[in-house]
Design a binder for this molecule. Sequence first.
Ligand code: NAP
Length: 306
Amino acid sequence: MRNVIILGSGCAGNTAAIYTGRAGLNPLVVIGHEPGGQLSLTTEVENFPGFPEGINGPDLVANMQKQAERFGAEYVFGTVTEADLSKRPFRLNIDGEWQECQTLIIASGASARWLGLPNEQKLIGHGVSSCATCDGAFYRDRKIMVIGGGDTAMEEANFLTRFGREVTLVHRRDEFRASKIMLERARANPKIQFLLNTVVEDIYDVTQKTVTGVKLRDVKTNRVWDQEVDGFFLAIGHVPNTKPFVGQIDLDPDGYIVSKGGARTNIHGVFHAGDVQDRTYRQAITAAGAGCMAAIEAERLLGEGH
Ligand code: NAP
């Protein structure tokens, strides 16, 4: 029986582990299907306080884990497939093995969203990717396309110009969610072309088992055309990782945990931290802050003997 189990090893989970570890609660951190969370898929992080020159995302998150381990946090590879939160101790099925805990911190984050095109899933790893940092280097001197109009799309498009001959950014509107600074940076990059008011209708070519091009449609004129592409990168946001908790924890219509104030969920003893609940800020620093809040709430609850 654990005092606290933390689900997720991103900024939120690691910070919760540092705090609960330091409070002597010997937390167990379940690493999840994306070790290190979203920071492990980024390059340079320029806005995490304390690093005036910026810091490499994977290094930042690895440092956090080291810091938590120093205070006795234990990390295990695995994902939760099933949970029983009907009473305490809570029970979690971690890759077939049930574990019990007094308090639970859900910091399982959110995973990349896909367009849902029939050929998309078949071509993942064969030209379709949701991670520019992971796969960009495969497209040296090739034609790259990035889908999305948020900060991620701008960041990835910029990053991919290091490799690609040209980068086309396709966005379904002509307004952007991206922050001004990120948008301006992408606009100023001569290797990036913008295709606005445009959607992807199909990805070719499953028979060749590699991406060769896409079918595009201008949503204003309905013009449809094919364009040659070698690397197809999705940057269209994320879906919260809350599947094992459906029907137990209050979730909003998109699956994000509904906060009951602070880090509290509708279940006494279950706390949320990071992108699994936060659909507004979604920053490394806010996730870290949320991990701290969840840890303090768990510590207080255990300290009060509830
Ligand atoms: P986001 O801000 O939610 O943007 C998602 C983009 O994908 C939007 O432009 C959206 O279009 C588009 N989209 C969504 N579903 C689509 C679909 N089915 N087909 C076509 N387009 C679709 O997500 P994000 O860019 O991943 O950013 C998430 C958060 O992380 C934000 O808070 C962002 O500021 C932050 N972030 C910060 C940095 C940084 O500061 N270094 C870097 C990356 C991310 P619509 O606009 O039309 O809805």
